[in-house]
Write a protein that binds this ligand. Sequence first.
Ligand SMILES: Cc1cc2nc3c(=O)[nH]c(=O)nc-3n(C[C@H](O)[C@H](O)[C@H](O)COP(=O)(O)O)c2cc1C
Length: 162
Amino acid sequence: MKSLIIFYSLEGDTKFIANSINEELEGDIVELIPVKQIPTTGFKKFLWGGKQVMFKEKPELQPISADLSQYDLIVLGTPVWASRFAPVFNTFLENNNISNKKIALFCCHGGGKEGKTFSDFKEKLKDNQFLGEIAFEDPLKKDKEGNLLKAKEWIKSIRQSF
Ligand SMILES: Cc1cc2nc3c(=O)[nH]c(=O)nc-3n(C[C@H](O)[C@H](O)[C@H](O)COP(=O)(O)O)c2cc1C
């Protein structure tokens, strides 16, 4: 089974979970990086990020080189922004046609839970099979070790369902 993790992370939480999952999968991993990064300090990040979600923006991404057709399992990971996936995924999903894949979803949130994050992904990726989804609350700040184990156990159970 060949796996690919695609994630975005502004402050490291989603990256931490993506890397933890990949320690189990030992597959490929791609970080979505916007050409223009939004500020990470103070309240500005909420203004910029919230605006991007509200206006359904598609921020330009740095090029990625993965050929999605090669993979059996695709894992998508995002922080929750205004109860939805981060807008970089608007760009990614528009530029990449994903169908007939097995997909697993994870997100990191700040306590408000996943909101519409997973349902929006499923709506946009209708022609795929979803194997599971899981949410983490600020894993770098809250129980890092527990979240690492949670991520590994989750992906092991996904892999077993193959
Ligand atoms: C623009 C923006 C909007 C956010 N909106 C939410 C939200 O609606 N619900 C929530 O629980 N957390 C929200 N958060 C918090 C992040 O989802 C949370 O801190 C997450 O762990 C950050 O992941 P990262 O470190 O990979 O960027 C928001 C953060 C930002 C920057």
